[in-house]
Design a protein around this ligand. Sequence first.
Ligand code: 4AD
Ligand code: MG
Length: 430
Amino acid sequence: MKTTIAQVGRYVNEQVTIGAWIANKRSSGKIAFLQLRDGTGFIQGVVVKAEVPEDVFALAKSITQESSLYVTGTVREDERSPSGYELSVEQIELIHQATDYPITPKQHGTEFLMDHRHLWLRSKRQHAIMKIRSQIIRSTYDFFSERGFTKLDSPILTGSSPEGTSELFHTKYFDEDAYLSQSGQLYAEAGAMALGRVFTFGPTFRAEKSKTRRHLIEFWMIEPEMAFVEHEESLEIQEQYVAHLAKAVLDHCQLELKQLGRDVTKLEAIKAPFPRITYDEALDLLKEKGFDDILWGDDFGSPHETAIAEHFDKPVFITRYPRSLKPFYMQPAPERDDVVLCADLIAPEGYGEIIGGSERIHDYDLLKQELEKHNLPLDAYGWYLDLRKYGSVPHSGFGLGLERTVAWLSGTEHVRETIPFPRLLNRLYP
Ligand code: 4AD
Ligand code: MG
């Protein structure tokens, strides 16, 4: 029976054939242990000299790391194995012999591994992270589809810059100037006026000269946008969504979390509601914690976010930031117009801001005024202003950074390991 490593549990004590690669190998004169991987998982194949034809044992002993093969054997239950199974190998058919695979079981430096990202992806650790990433994407579609959201695809090539003009990737669009999308939000707002509740999911680009564990040049963002939804209701949807993701990873990625050594008790605590503090309260908290020189109107950096997050065992919303710190489209608070109806969601354990969101300005005149104040070209935003001209309604939305969320839930220190081929400052290869 041809099957996969993930499915072997269905064939206990039966003979199966699996297409696989050699992840690692150990052998003595009488027995060889093949660490097999097939993309769906990892399993140990045991080849006993006395039980197989001579050529099979010889092949098992000489086979090199990352060689590909069809391996046939009997599935055995095995309590010591993380997956619960082992394969008693009976036959091996070599497909391709790999020579001098560069990533050996010894330790390698990060730059070396990054240069070999196309191969590094095959490791157990990267496999686990990619599985968790995929689960988060799948659970995102489930969450929003179950709540009546429509998936809306926003363009990558745009003429607008929702998150400020300093971090744009410029390109030519024939004779016009164009930019790579920083965010699908503005298009999602048009979508919300057509479909009520939408979410976009796609790559976004920031020409940011930041070299930190939280920054990528190209990252993927999930951006829900909701008509007739005000700030508070948006926060409720955000906390339910994030709690849903934490639960999905706990429910479906146990092997992967174990492989990564993730402390799952931390994830089990991630249940809605999440605490909310205003920017002003966050400032007081920071002063209590010894950040003496921070002033009202200053943005929070990583050390500030981490200090605030340490105060809570769940993600925390920081709401009502100074208007001067945030983009042009945010709705001023009703009680005072120097702060906006926005929130950043800060993940625990130092993983930083995973969501930025707000209620949007829905008054035509105010939005026009803000565009002008930010020196944004009105002609490029004509269509966006139109949304306030024809049946404008209160609406809110947010953007969740996929890689930071994967980093947090999987317990991965740096976002470079949470995307298949990271685009970083000074790295476009592979
Ligand atoms: O806070 P940001 O810039 O918000 C927006 O783009 C809004 N238009 C979203 C919206 O309301 N629809 O980015 C949102 C999230 C951040 O919280 C962070 O998780 C992630 O995107 N992010 C990055 N992730 C990796 N590398 C970067 N350089 C990132 N910049 C933002
Ligand atoms: Mg932000």
